[in-house]
Ligand binder design. Structure first.
Ligand code: R5P
Length: 300
């Protein structure tokens, strides 16, 4: 307890210095509670306002996806380069060290496997467990135009309500089934619905034409989903185009962990996302790092 005698009396209230009331660096987040902003700050770097999120949640409907057969072997070396990790609670508890200090975006919907109708998802975690796992956000698939569209939107709004209760943001993931479009009109519809209904962050695919209209019309940050594996230069070019057109970073999986040199690739993606490095230069970085890592492996 503080002493009650010999108290220093010359207090200074700095009356000439107005109290600071800072906004927040993320779109649409300036009126959120402190806890929610703090969690968002674990995902999005304050210096750039963007994130390199590593998506490894594919197993929740695909099983042991190529590159994720042994998360402990293939993903662990990448963690130091990821601003945030998107994964299931099963992988988080079983495999990811609790010392991982960056953002964790926990897959919070699920149900059908790739053998069934994917849009028939339900909420797959209890909010108590999200709190227990100290996650930075909960991710939920939203199937606009899909067979179970309303159910998937309802999953998201329920998570938003629970997340608001405890300061945990919800990431609405606009799912694109095989029959759904990937043009700016569709992506604009899907992302805006997620934001209107409360998602604090939205994930969507890139489209070559009009992506800037998708990000402009979404009042919260959009992160770009990677999609199927592309040659590295193409993937870096897509990431560059997305962030140049207003995306607050990427949530990339296969284009990183299925790369010939995943650690080199995630670092090159980081250069693009945080430094807006041009794709060709980032690709050169990728090749240099890839060669250095191959040489180091030979020496070991
Ligand atoms: C799938 O729905 C999951 O949310 C993945 O996290 C997502 O597809 C991103 O991974 P990728 O970059 O491999 O498409």
């Amino acid at each position: 307890m503080a002493d009650s005698e010999d108290i220093k009396e010359n207090k200074n209230y700095f009356p000439d210095i107005p109290a600071r009331h800072e906004g927040f660096y993320l779109k649409g987040a300036h009126q959120l509670d402190w806890g929610m902003r703090n969690r968002l700050a674990r995902i999005f770097r304050p210096e750039s306002g963007r994130t390199v999120m590593l998506a490894i949640d594919h197993g929740y409907f695909l099983g042991p996806t190529t590159g994720l057969e042994r998360v402990d072997v293939t993903i662990m070396p990448l963690l130091e380069y990821a601003d945030a990790l998107m994964c299931t609670r099963g992988i988080l508890r079983s495999t990811i060290p609790a010392s991982f200090g960056n953002g964790v975006v926990m897959r919070s919907s699920g149900g059908p496997s790739t053998l069934k109708e994917l849009s028939n998802e339900h909420i797959a975690v209890d909010i108590d467990d999200a709190i227990r796992m100290n996650v930075s956000a909960m991710a939920v698939q939203v199937y606009i135009g899909g067979e179970f569209e309303t159910q998937s939107v309802h999953n998201m709004t329920q998570l938003v309500d629970m997340g608001l209760r405890y300061g945990i943001p919800t990431l609405g993931v606009t799912a694109v089934g095989k029959d759904l479009m990937r043009d700016a009109r569709y992506l604009g519809l899907a992302t805006r619905i997620c934001a209107e209904l409360g998602a604090q962050v939205v994930k969507t695919y890139y489209c070559a034409e009009g992506f800037e209209t998708v990000t402009a019309a979404c009042p919260v940050p959009i992160v770009m989903a990677g999609g199927k594996k592309l040659p590295e230069l193409e993937a870096l070019t897509m990431a560059y185009s997305a962030v140049s057109q207003g995306a607050a970073g990427v949530d990339m999986g296969r284009n990183i962990f299925q790369s010939d040199a995943p650690a080199a690739m995630i670092q090159a993606v980081g250069k693009v996302v945080h430094e807006l490095m041009k794709p060709k230069q980032a690709y050169d970085c990728y090749l240099t790092l890839k060669n250095e890592q191959a040489t180091a492996r030979k020496r070991a």
